[in-house]
Design a protein around this ligand. Sequence first.
Ligand code: EPZ
Length: 422
Amino acid sequence: MERFLITGGKTLSGEIPVKGSKNAALKLMAASLLFDHPVTFSNIPDINDIHSMKKLIELAGGKTYSEDDQITLDNSKLISSNLDCDIAKRIRASIVLIGPLLARIGKASFPHPGGCVIGKRPIDYFVEGFKKLGARITLSDDGYKFSGRLRGNDIFLPFPSVTVTETLMMASAIAYGQTIIKNAAAEPEITQLAELLRLGGADISGAGTNTIVINGTNSRLLRMKDPAPFKIIPDRIEAGSFVILGALLSDCLKISNCCPEHIESLLYTIESAGAKLTRGEDWIKVGRSNDIRSVNITTGPYPSFATDLQSPFSIFLTQAQGESMIFETVFEGRLAYLEEIKRMGANIILCDPHRAIITGPAKLRAREMESPDLRAGLAYIIAALVAEGDSVVHNVYHIDRGYERVEERLRNVGASIQRVQV
Ligand code: EPZ
């Protein structure tokens, strides 16, 4: 077990480059199952969720080769449609493998998926979507079994779910006939996934909008014409979290290797609250401002305010003058971490599972905390860096799922944070 020891109150400065997007890389790796030739990706983050996905693919018969920030996946001889239960339970994203496995092998089974504990996170939209595509589904204590030859259909999603859109898009890419996904999610990770599938010969239009049209290849597998590595987009949640950190604690922090366009909602909101930013095509500079004002946020599907940035932003709001409201509309269990921030001295009223009122500014006190999930874990790091004194953050493995050696990178810009073995 490891934990972070953090001494708050230090001023940050310098440059912090953003790594490749976890949530893009995981789905692109899954999509490689639709290819009958190796696919190479670059800008792969070195994080635990990626290691887990790699292992899952290897256990299904895929070959993987990693070097620096690149990974090559050769799924020409995929042999198993079963996912390793232990790993699949650990990462929710494993569910996206069902799409390519079912479309390619005609069957797939998987346990109830895992991942961060942020609400109920059911899988009914996946099940309904696969039924629409003609799959047979049986449920047992072990999990789900899907089988059948997939045929395109019109699918309306009750909510623009990210992984459901991605999974159905992958499955439909090599299915028979046309699929139209309505009320689809439009996150940049989905646009990039469609781009990869198209480079492999899939016929997909509309990705990045709410209607995606896929003309299946009638079971023909995909193949890249160009073997050059496909570069993963920068992680927009990491970029946004560093912007928040810079707005709280830096003289001037340059967030580089990022895509400001992917976090317009955060940038707009934080500027409305008084933060001073400048930006280029792939960088953002931000510094502390003396005049941070309260602002309300409502999380929602892209391009609205990302639910994954809600927890770091709440720390920003503890330092803003006045009363701010957080309205979390995507997940129902994603404000629980605020109890710990209250114990640090923040003035927070948890109105219900979706809404909280934060009144600032508050002086945060150092504390010993347990990271409840990946994004709240980073919020605790930010809170500890703001607080005066020495804090401890436990359950570092949650944070390692999504942020590559975060303590080294934060130290490089002046933070006092050490990883220690317990
Ligand atoms: C993706 O989760 C991300 N994970 C999450 O990031 C992110 O918070 C979320 O999208 C929203 O942006 C990955 O990409 C691996 P959803 P996902 O399906 O796809 C409900 C992180 O920290 N729903 O868009 O699981 C669901 O309960 C993670 O990196 C159903 O009801 O989220 C939620 O209320 C955490 N039935 C809403 O839809 C279903 O079958 C949206 O969730 C599926 C979803």
